[in-house]
Write a protein that binds this ligand. Structure first.
Ligand code: FE2
Length: 117
C-alpha cells in the first residue's frame, strides 16, 4: 500500500515466519519478491520478534557488524519498553539472514536451524 508493506508473518525484522504449510518454495519466493522492493519501503510485520531474531542472526554470524550493532540498539529499545518496528526493506536487506540467502536449499537450512531453537 503506497510506500508501506503490511506483511503479516511472511517477514519479521531480522527473521521470517515459520513455514507451517511446509511450502518452503512459496515462502522463499515471497521473500525474494520483498527483496526486490525499494529500500525506502516501510515494513510493518505482524510480531515484535526482532530481538530474538537478531540473537539468532548474531549466533550464526558474530563477525557481522551490522547485525551486532542492530542487536545492541534493539536490546536498548526493548529494555525501555519501546518497539523496534516498523522497519524498512533497506534495513532488512542488511540484517535479515532470510533475505540474504540465495537459494531455496539455503533458505530451508536456515529456517530449520531457526526452528530448532
Ligand atoms: Fe502471527
Amino acid at each position: 500500500m503506497e510506500n508501506n508493506l503490511f506483511c503479516g508473518d511472511a517477514l519479521f525484522s531480522a527473521g521470517c515466519g515459520r513455514v507451517f504449510t511446509v511450502d518452503y518454495k512459496a515462502q522463499y519466493e515471497t521473500l525474494q519478491k520483498f527483496k526486490r522492493l525499494d529500500d525506502a519501503i516501510t515494513v510493518y510485520p505482524g510480531h515484535e520478534y526482532t530481538e530474538t531474531n537478531l540473537r539468532f542472526a548474531y549466533d550464526m554470524h558474530p563477525e557481522n557488524e551490522k547485525i551486532s550493532k542492530s542487536l545492541e540498539e534493539v536490546q536498548e529499545l526493548r529494555a525501555k519498553g519501546q518497539p523496534t518496528l516498523p522497519t524498512t526493506i533497506g534495513r532488512e536487506k542488511e540484517i535479515n539472514l532470510f533475505l540474504q540467502v540465495e537459494t531455496l536449499e539455503d533458505f530451508i537450512e536456515l529456517r530449520n536451524a531457526r526452528d530448532a531453537l
